[in-house]
Design a protein around this ligand. Structure first.
Ligand code: FES
Length: 150
């Protein structure tokens, strides 16, 4: 079983199995967009994605904190974006182009309503399924068996 299978399994847990006290992430998600990402040809692309996501957030009225960051150490998969919150998973995505802005914001909105921000795999846009680099459990949650929340 690879990480994609585990991610898919966790994302497909029925809501009743995935819920527990204070499980939903009610804090504002932080979307960190790498503004130093460049294509293999050396073209700076991060700032364009930041502006596209900002425009999408304004248009959609998204309750989100956007921030520019310099390098998320996934430089070979521009543009790289992290979605995090104090009580939720941190998701790291790569290969995002400006066209992914709406899908990313839709993910963030689902993240806010999901227990620990663990958006089911089937609810993620294709570009985010393909672009997933990592999911990191919240620091305050640490079951002995390392499984996803139940
Ligand atoms: S320059 Fe964007 S992840 Fe390193």
């Amino acid at each position: 079983m690879d990480r994609e299978d585990l991610d898919r399994m966790a994302g497909e847990l029925p809501p009743a199995e995935a819920s527990c006290s204070q499980a939903a992430t009610h804090d504002v998600p932080v979307v960190s967009i790498c503004i130093t990402c460049k294509t293999a040809d050396g073209i700076l692309v991060g700032p364009d994605l930041f502006e596209a996501v900002k425009a999408a957030a304004d248009r959609m009225g998204a309750d989100v904190q956007l921030r520019r960051v310099q390098c998320l150490s996934v430089c070979k998969r521009p543009t790289t974006v992290a979605v995090s919150s104090s009580g939720g998973y941190t998701f790291l995505f790569g290969d995002l182009q400006v066209e992914a802005a709406d899908d990313l914001l839709s993910f963030v909105q689902a993240y806010q309503g999901a227990d620990y921000g663990l958006v089911p795999w089937r609810q993620r846009a294709e570009v985010l399924r393909k672009g997933i680099v990592a999911r990191i459990p919240p620091s305050r949650w640490s079951p002995d068996d390392g499984s996803a929340p139940k």
